[in-house]
Design a protein around this ligand. Structure first.
Ligand SMILES: *[C@@H]1O[C@H](CO)[C@@H](O)[C@H](O)[C@H]1NC(C)=O
Ligand SMILES: *[C@@H]1O[C@H](CO)[C@@H](O)[C@H](O)[C@H]1NC(C)=O
Ligand SMILES: *[C@@H]1O[C@H](CO)[C@@H](O)[C@H](O)[C@H]1NC(C)=O
Ligand SMILES: *[C@@H]1O[C@H](CO)[C@@H](O)[C@H](O)[C@H]1NC(C)=O
Length: 526
């Protein structure tokens, strides 16, 4: 009797929960080229030196960036800006920065500074990033004080001309002028009647001055990011890339030096978490519903030969929802989110981070109060990674170092399985699968699993017969620690990988099982 039940369950699992996956052997023309720095970071400007270091480097932050460098061959790009960008002033007498913070609340335990005054040494800390990092610095447009933006820009130029920064090959990739100007009419930075064409006028005035100070032109190494809006109307009415392009932002001399349009996006605004919310975030359909609406924007931007990035993004606003943004489930969300973003034409995704934010991939310094409610911690927690960091690792490893990797989403007829194939040149090299079914601590039933069977389409390349299997092991979707990737952990005091690598071998004909809340990376062999 027991035996019969076992047999029944096995058959049930394999027959009912089987999914066929067809993988093209060579990349279709629709498969975009993927940058090795796909996962990049946006850092809240107020506490920049906590990330980078002041008189010496923050070795933890350096190490966790360098892990990604080692896997994909280039360091992640860094944008320093966001809300506090529009509250930053320059004073040459200040060492590093002087910040004024609003009161701490349980909902926002680590608020953004309301005032940041910086001096030259603040920008000089850029030298502590990994060698060859490409950096975007944000300037204050919100306060409408050109002198201030000018002084910041002059100090940035000074820092990037220093032997420390130049010697490390660290490059000023871009300057962003203003953060989320579409919200200026709501936050008092401009009159309530502020329009996108007034933004174009303000931006052009500032950029004319800044381009002279920094030496930015349509052929310079440093270029402008523009846009950086919190949302998009997706049309020429209201704030959107289409609107500012039609209003002539690219036509002026500094406008011709815009190389990138940046868009900000959060998947929702929830200031308290719940299990249902975690499943909503992870849901394959909601990830697609969050990103697909930007398609017309991306088409309009690309038509002008410009790059399109998610210059500031993460799961939910309020710096993340507790028990959601800081969990293992959010790692699966982040992985599917960045990979799907490539499929709609996004070239790079900058995950927004601030010290103590719930949705961070990285906590760069010791924290003394809870990221969830601001209460004093019984023991301070040293710098550490959060679960979403594994998404950055898996993305970097899936893309690899070829510098010529194309990725294609696989069409999978299942609402909880997403899959992507990676091609090194024309060669099918790897595939990653994500099971976004949230297996929670509260789930008492057996953990569900889905069997994937593979078939190949197209010719020109021999179909592989075997693969190695590497798994992101997660206890529960709502766990906040204890994940392992191929048996290894990044939850270490120095942020470097630890433990011995565990991968298994499989045959293509046998397919592979993927549990609820699991990621599987297949590396194809002969
Ligand atoms: C998968 O493909 C096999 C062989 O073509 C077929 O027998 C099976 O029904 C398919 N399974 C599903 C779930 O579509
Ligand atoms: C930029 O603005 C500053 C402050 O108003 C001014 O001192 C400087 O001369 C301007 N530079 C250019 C090139 O317009
Ligand atoms: C503009 O910024 C400069 C430099 O920070 C400062 O000296 C000046 O007072 C500011 N102007 C206004 C109107 O706030
Ligand atoms: C997709 O799966 C559903 C069941 O979940 C099935 O009814 C449908 O036929 C499948 N479609 C294809 C194209 O296999």
């Amino acid at each position: 009797m027991l035996l019969l039940i076992f047999v029944y369950l096995t058959i049930f699992n394999h027959l009912v929960l089987g999914v066929n996956v067809s993988i093209p052997l060579v990349p279709l023309s629709s498969a975009p080229l993927i940058t090795p720095s796909l996962v990049s970071f946006s850092i809240e400007q107020d506490r920049w030196t906590d990330w980078a270091g002041t008189t010496s480097r923050n070795q933890f932050f350096f190490n966790v960036l360098n892990n990604l460098n080692q896997l994909s061959g280039v360091p992640p790009r860094i944008r320093i800006g966001a809300d506090s960008e529009d509250h930053t002033n320059f004073n040459p007498a200040v060492q590093f920065s002087e910040d004024v913070f609003p009161a701490i609340t349980p909902t926002v335990p680590y608020p953004e500074a309301s005032s940041i005054v910086v001096g030259d040494s603040y920008y000089e800390s850029t030298q502590f990033l990994p060698p060859n990092t490409r950096v975007t610095w944000g300037l204050n447009l919100g306060q409408n004080n050109l002198t201030d933006a000018f002084l910041e820009a002059r100090s940035i130029v000074k820092a990037f001309s220093s032997s420390a920064v130049k010697g490390a090959g660290i490059v000023l990739d871009s300057i962003e002028i203003g953060n989320e100007a579409d919200l200026y009419k709501n936050n008092g930075a401009r009159p309530t009647t502020f329009t996108s064409s007034q933004y174009v006028a303000d931006w052009t005035k500032f950029a004319t001055n800044i381009s002279a100070v920094v030496g930015i032109s349509s052929s310079s190494a440093t270029r402008f990011w523009s846009g950086a809006f919190s949302g998009s109307s997706h049309s020429t009415t209201g704030f959107s890339p289409q609107a500012i392009i039609s209003e002539g932002i690219l036509s002026s001399a500094p406008g011709s030096a815009i190389a990138t349009i940046s868009q900000h996006h959060y998947s929702g605004s929830f200031c308290s978490g719940s299990e249902g919310l975690l499943q909503d975030l992870m849901e394959k359909s909601s990830i697609r519903a969050n990103l697909s609406p930007f398609s017309p924007d991306i088409t309009a931007v690309r038509a002008k030969g410009l790059d399109y990035v998610l210059g500031e993004t993460n799961s939910y606003s309020c710096h993340g929802a507790p028990g959601v943004s800081n969990t293992a489930g959010a790692a699966l969300w982040a992985l599917d989110y960045v990979l799907f973003a490539t499929q709609v034409g996004v070239s790079r995704v900058f995950f927004h981070e601030g010290v103590g934010y719930k949705y961070n991939l990285i906590q760069p310094i010791t924290l003394t109060r809870s990221i969830l409610d601001g209460s004093t911690l019984p023991t301070p927690i040293p710098a550490h990674i959060q679960p979403q960091y594994y998404a950055a690792i898996i993305a970097a490893e899936s893309i690899g170092k070829s510098g010529n990797t194309h990725a294609a989403e696989l069409s999978i007829n299942n609402s909880q399985i997403a899959g992507y194939a990676f091609y090194d040149g024309a060669h099918l090299a790897r595939a990653v699968f994500i099971n976004s079914n949230a297996f929670l601590k509260s789930n008492t039933a057996a953990r569900p699993s889905i069997h994937l069977d593979f078939g190949f389409t197209g010719s020109g390349s021999m179909a592989p017969t075997s693969f190695t299997i590497k798994r992101l092991n997660v206890g529960h979707a709502d766990d906040t620690a204890g994940l392992t990737w191929g048996g290894q952990t990044y939850e270490t005091s120095d942020g470097k990988v630890s433990g011995s690598l565990e991968v298994s071998n499989g045959k293509v004909v046998d397919g592979v099982d993927i549990q609820a809340t699991e990621v599987v990376l297949l590396t194809f062999g002969g």
